[in-house]
Write a protein that binds this ligand. Structure first.
Ligand code: PLP
Length: 494
């Protein structure tokens, strides 16, 4: 039976118990359609006018307290789904960074495809439980398939698999926990206490340090190796640390390389580190959350040579594969590394047996209840074809190079680190500390809505970053941004 709604209908919640099959939480099919169409219309409007607005539209807590108020405690009576939708669309969702705005060049932008957004909607609407094969066989088949795509793109051997995660941080954490556990098992019979050690550079993503702490690795087992002027993890420094630690009774559990580093896009020497890890028999992880999908570009693939030799690789489709948050991925050369740690089968899951080739993805990580993230990638790639993704990645790499050249030619600005996988680091040209001028550039460009830039420090020195991976960013945008930055420096000198 269909729940009848009055003409303005969708504003009014259904009367509990009225029609026989209505529950206090149901809406009529008409109301569901109308709300859904409204949501789609609002999204398409946002997407088609995104470039006209500003890349950032945040507000302070006190402003929002005043503007929005707060319904605390939660309202006992609903205001109706249409009113709630309108409030979300007009008052809440626009008050945020527009990470997909072409001139959002801060941190790591993300510019999802429309099919991937629809995939998230569908996965939620079909309420896919992707923890067991029994729970979602078709979706499980797609996750296996998309992991296989990724495996072949990064050049890992057949048999490699893994799982989709909420993001790169979760993938790094799973890799580190699995590697630690595997190291523990290797020395389980030894009489001396287990003292695991992990190795990465001072340019590695903070999620690795967080993962090491969460995995219970003592501070003296977390080796953050200093980089030199090239900002790369030096295999000789890793060798010295491994040798010293083995002599001191530590068990090396994992070496993590960056491909590329979040700060600068710099790529660690992946092949040399693979050789070293093989020599020392230590788990080799490549954190390619930022730059991994550059393998789709010919030059990017060469730059990332050696990535396929890793024991595990973190990828983040919600970065350079144009997917909405949350979409991360861990690939593991030997997937039993994950199941040996994470498979726990309690009595109440005894029916979730797997047939040949079937995967209970809940046994490869810490999430039992998980959504169908692989659908986003699958629908995007099937919609546009891999060639379109290659072109989009290549465009980002080339535009970053062109931006570097433009900054090099500037009298007011200078390059700090060259374009690498879409990131260029630069600063105001000055004999003094550039920090004040850099900050001024950031403030002016953000204030007038020209662009959102973020800053960083390179070996302690303040610098600005351009992170270029949005296919909607044009060369003319870069020209405008650089010209405005030059003008800010000139004005400051007058
Ligand atoms: C190199 C690298 N690793 C890991 C992460 C963490 O990924 P996420 O934010 O998806 O958890 C990031 C995010 O910026 C990153 O750039």
């Amino acid at each position: 039976m269909i729940l009848e709604t009055p003409p303005t209908g969708v504003n009014v919640p259904p009367e509990p118990g009225d029609p026989e099959d209505a529950t206090p939480l149901s809406l009529s099919p008409e109301a569901m359609r109308e709300l859904g169409y409204r949501a789609v219309d609002a999204l398409v409007e946002r997407w088609s006018t995104l470039d006209e607005g500003r890349p950032w539209n945040g507000a302070s807590r006190s402003e929002l307290d005043e503007r929005l108020g707060a319904a605390v405690p939660a309202p006992e009576q609903g205001e109706g789904a249409a009113a709630a939708l309108d409030a979300a669309l007009t008052r809440i969702l626009p008050v945020a960074a527009r990470v997909d705005h072409p001139r959002f060049l801060a941190y790591i932008p993300s510019a999802p495809t429309w099919p991937s957004v629809l995939a998230d909607f569908l996965a939620a609407g079909f309420n896919i439980f992707q923890g067991t094969w029994q729970g979602a066989s078709g979706p499980g088949h797609v996750e296996v398939e998309v992991l296989e795509w990724f495996r072949s793109w990064v050049g890992m051997p057949a048999g490699t698999s893994g799982l989709f995660t909420s993001g790169g941080s979760a993938a790094n954490a799973l890799a580190l926990v699995a590697a630690r556990e595997s190291a523990l098992r290797r020395v389980a019979d030894a009489e001396s206490p287990f003292r695991p050690a992990v190795y990465f550079s001072d340019q590695a993503h903070s999620s690795l340090l967080r993962a090491a702490r969460a995995a219970g690795i003592d501070a003296d087992g977390i080796r953050i190796l200093e980089t030199g002027p090239d900002l790369r993890l030096d295999p000789d420094a890793v060798r010295r640390a491994l040798t010293a630690d083995l002599a001191a009774g530590f068990t090396p559990a994992l070496v993590a390389a960056s491909a590329g580093a979040t700060n600068t896009g710099t790529i660690d020497p992946l092949g040399a580190l693979a050789d070293l890890c093989a020599e020392f028999d230590v788990h080799y992880h490549v954190d390619a959350a930022y730059g991994g999908f550059a393998v789709l570009d010919e030059g990017g693939r060469k730059a990332l040579d050696g990535i396929g030799r890793a024991d595990s690789v973190t990828l983040d489709p919600h970065k350079w594969l144009f997917q909405p948050f949350e979409c991360g991925c861990l690939l593991v050369r030997d997937p039993t590394l994950l199941t040996r740690v994470f498979r726990v089968t309690p009595e109440y899951l005894q029916d979730t047996v797997q047939g040949e080739g079937e995967v209970n993805f809940g046994e490869r990580g810490i999430q039992l209840t998980r959504s169908f993230r692989a659908l986003k990638v699958w629908m995007s790639v099937r919609s546009f074809g891999l060639g379109a993704f290659r072109s989009a990645v290549t465009a980002g790499i080339e535009l970053a190079r062109a931006s570097e050249e433009r900054i090099r030619a500037s009298a007011e600005l200078e390059v700090v680190t060259p374009a690498s996988l879409g990131i260029v680091v630069w600063q105001a040209r000055t004999d003094a500390d550039p920090e004040a001028l850099n900050r001024r550039i950031q403030e002016v460009l953000a204030g007038e809505g020209t662009a959102l830039l973020s800053s960083t420090r390179i070996h302690g020195r303040h610098a600005l970053r351009l992170c270029i991976l949005n296919p909607r960013l044009r060369r003319s945008d870069i020209e405008e941004i650089v010209a405005r930055a030059e003008a800010v420096v000139r004005e400051a000198g007058e």
